[in-house]
Design a protein around this ligand. Structure first.
Ligand code: F6R
Length: 493
């Protein structure tokens, strides 16, 4: 999460407006997600003022609204939609057809929630979602306790939220329920801009940034999004205990076959999102570690029970995949733990249980390094697994040094040129181990030849990475043999 601290509310509004205007200029068909409430009102005033003075073309922009009180139509003057229309959409000249409001007055609200999500997807998803945060940590109308896996849904409002918003109603009574985008749908936006102003938000901001990610603080789910900017004024930032624990990249390392890997690595844990991902992603490196006497613990984060395996039931698939995981571990004389975490059946949304179980395993294994997919991975299961590992590594505090995190690439996510800082060569013998590790998952490679793709990737990397001048990898790499794996090595700072 990028954090921009401003000295005043006006500066916060101005900074947010600059960020958004830049993007609107870059992408004429931008899809903007709008929040209401007090916090973004200064931003909206800035946007209108800039639009009036510069006259930017917003004719291609579409706006989607985040939440609305249940039963209120967009024409109701007390609706959030009405506020947006008067204060933003009309002044910006946003076309009627480009104003998308939460259908909170629908006679069939459950179906309307699904339709609203489909409408957003029909426009290619939200490019940037503006959010405020409630004093109790809510985002949109997702109150504490809301399941992270929820999409657009009907929510009951807490007493504190109803009290805070009573000022917007002539009779001083906030409706009891709302239709709101859920944590899962909010996380689908490509970027999130979260605004927090005033001392009343200080504790929620601290909790969101520093307490474990948990449904008790809905805003903490934003830590699972790769592109969030928090703009916070001095008061709202006042409870943050700096510095925040972050993953920092370790210095560049190139380990050719002649060099030994660091001797202190005696125990490694390799986290596979599905049971078969470990050897595909980093089997050559696992073989090298094993050669040096390192003990390797294979962990499958999900059961992978949705795999396409003919003539099977869910139970038989789980069993089969556990057996295959065990066989893979045997290739490296390691052991296998099927964690089978609940996120896999919760729309790939990591929850507290996932993290706690992973922390417990880290405490048991006590690895010096953890190999995992990257949180940037496009595959939702791989991404969720990486987020759980990261969160668990933040919480796991070993007696000695903190474990390093080695993110590997794989079929669903290849690093960009500058994303990796570690290159590991492996020899023909290691390649044989890697292949046998991948091939242990017969149910998978009989369908798709992941063994071939993993070998091809290791060769491709060995050919392209040393071409540092062409790839701007940033170092004069000499020849690294025929097969390499690349990693992003990180550690909690
Ligand atoms: C509004 C919304 C709410 C607010 C939050 C903060 O669309 O979804 O989550 O962002 O309640 O409200 P203010 O900014 O009024 O303090």
């Amino acid at each position: 999460m990028r954090i921009i601290q401003t000295s005043s509310y006006d500066e916060l509004s101005h900074t947010a407006a600059i960020l958004i205007l830049n993007q609107l200029l870059e992408k004429p068909d931008f899809v903007l997600g709008l929040a209401t409430g007090h916090t973004p009102s200064g931003l909206y005033r800035e946007l209108v003022a800039t639009y009036r003075s510069l006259g930017i073309d917003l004719s291609g922009v579409h706006c989607f609204h985040l939440d609305e009180y249940l039963g209120l139509s967009p024409d109701n003057p007390e609706s959030m939609a009405s506020y947006l229309r008067t204060n933003l959409l009309e002044p910006l000249g946003i076309d009627l057809a480009a104003r998308h409001f939460v259908p909170a007055d629908s006679k069939m609200p459950e179906a309307a929630c699904k339709q609203y999500e489909a409408e957003i997807n029909g426009f290619g998803g939200i490019d940037l979602q503006i959010l405020g945060i409630g004093a109790n940590g809510h985002i949109a109308f997702n109150e504490p306790g809301t399941a992270f896996e929820l999409g657009t849904h009907i929510a009951q409002l807490s007493d504190s939220t109803r009290q805070a918003n009573a000022r917007y109603f002539a009779n001083g009574e906030t409706p009891a329920a709302a239709m709101t985008m859920g944590p899962r749908s909010i996380l689908q936006a490509r970027q999130i801009l979260l605004l927090a102003a005033g001392a009343g938000k200080a504790e929620a901001v601290r909790q969101m940034l520093q307490d474990p990610v948990s449904e008790d603080c809905p805003a903490s789910v934003l830590r699972y999004h790769p592109d969030v900017t928090l703009i916070v004024d001095r008061e709202a930032a006042s409870a943050i205990q700096w510095p925040l624990a972050r993953f920092k990249a370790l210095p560049l390392e190139v380990w050719t076959d002649e060099q030994t890997l660091p001797a202190q690595i005696q125990t490694a844990m390799v986290a596979a999102p599905h049971p078969d991902d470990a050897s595909i992603g980093c089997g050559g490196t696992l073989a090298r570690l094993r050669r040096q006497g390192c003990q390797i613990h294979f962990v499958s984060m999900s059961s992978g029970h949705r795999a396409d395996i003919p003539d099977s039931t869910k139970e038989s698939r789980i069993e089969l995949r556990i057996n295959e995981g065990r066989q893979e571990a045997e290739v490296f004389a390691g052991d296998f733990t099927p964690l089978n975490l609940p996120f896999y059946d919760h729309a790939y949304m990591p929850g507290r249980q996932d993290v706690l179980k992973t922390v417990a395993l880290l405490e048991k294994i006590q690895p010096q390094i953890v190999l995992s997919t990257s949180p940037q991975d496009r595959h939702p299961c791989h991404r969720a697994s990486a987020l759980i590992i990261q969160e668990a590594l933040r919480e796991y505090q070993p007696q000695g040094q903190r474990a390093e995190l080695w993110c590997y690439e794989g079929p669903w996510y290849l690093f960009e040129r500058d994303d990796f800082n570690t290159v590991i060569e492996f020899n023909a013998h290691d390649l044989d181990h890697k292949m046998r590790g991948v091939q242990a998952h017969d149910s998978q490679i009989s369908r798709k030849r992941y063994d071939l793709s993993a070998e091809a990737l290791a060769r491709f990397r060995a050919i392209t990475v040393p071409e540092s001048r062409l790839s701007s990898f940033g170092t004069a790499l000499t020849d690294v043999g025929e097969h390499i794996e690349v990693f992003q090595r990180l550690v909690v700072d």
